[in-house]
Design a protein around this ligand. Structure first.
Ligand SMILES: Cc1cc2nc3c(=O)[nH]c(=O)nc-3n(C[C@H](O)[C@H](O)[C@H](O)COP(=O)(O)O)c2cc1C
Length: 226
């Protein structure tokens, strides 16, 4: 696997206009159009796109520079099948726990692409890592998991910049996913990611909003000054 980990050190020589207004507009478009994707075409994702996106994910911030993210590409059909079965069990339990008035809508939602997406990736956080020598994580060890999520979001955007879609699946049994992936002790399951070319046309509205499940809140409701 190609390793671009040294490239950020070369960034000092960037021309002042590298991040100009046109770039910012395109970055905003990327963020607005990212979307969680659950419906995929079967055609493969070129390896160089996946590796480029993983290299960018590996540039994410991490507590103490601990880089606790661990990416497991799940290629084995039996393991994928076992993950899909875990989703079915977890989703059945989630449906049963959903308020009765919401169950019909919940049951209609598509909440994973485990059987369809050509790339399936489990992401773990290595809570036992000595990289970073615990800097910043002594009072808040959960910051390692937050760091892993930063990497996942970077991956999401990097893939989308190529037109590749990604869907995050959390309706799973974490212990079963650790077993399926042969995760070493101390690895915490963070995300199951379905990656591939999206079937749907681009939308700036989340699918759950289009389905009537939830709406985006106004930013003003989430920001306060004290
Ligand atoms: C931590 C996390 C877990 C998620 N788990 C699921 C999931 O299990 N199934 C699903 O369909 N979407 C899942 N999503 C996607 C969200 O539903 C989605 O991000 C949200 O509805 C907003 O839509 P957007 O990503 O298209 O903007 C998850 C997203 C995050 C950040």
């Amino acid at each position: 696997m190609r390793d671009d980990a040294s490239s950020p050190n070369d960034a000092g020589g960037l021309p002042a206009d590298t991040f100009d207004a046109a770039f910012r507009d395109r970055l905003a478009a990327l963020v607005r159009l990212r979307r969680d994707v659950r419906r995929f075409r079967p055609d493969p994702v070129p390896e160089h796109i996946l590796l480029e996106a993983l290299n960018l994910a590996h540039m994410a911030p991490s507590v103490g520079l601990s880089q606790p993210w661990r990416f497991v590409l799940v290629e084995d059909a039996a393991r994928r099948k076992a993950a899909a079965a875990s989703f079915r069990r977890a989703n059945a339990a989630a449906l049963a726990a959903t308020a009765p008035q919401d169950r019909r809508l919940y049951a209609r939602l598509k909440l994973e692409g485990i059987r369809d997406a050509p790339v399936q990736m489990a992401v773990f956080c290595d809570d036992t890592t000595t990289t970073g020598r615990k800097l910043g994580a002594r009072t808040m060890p959960e910051t390692r998991a937050y760091s892993t999520v930063c990497a996942i979001h970077t991956l999401w955007l990097a893939l989308r910049a190529h037109g590749v879609g990604m869907g995050w699946v959390s309706i799973l049994e974490p212990e079963e996913i650790c077993r399926i992936c042969e995760a070493p002790a101390g690895w915490r399951f963070i995300a199951w990611l379905c990656i591939g070319w999206p079937q749907e046309t681009r939308s700036d509205t989340p699918e759950l909003e289009r389905a009537g499940w939830e709406k985006r809140l106004p930013l003003s409701a989430l920001v306060r000054r004290i």
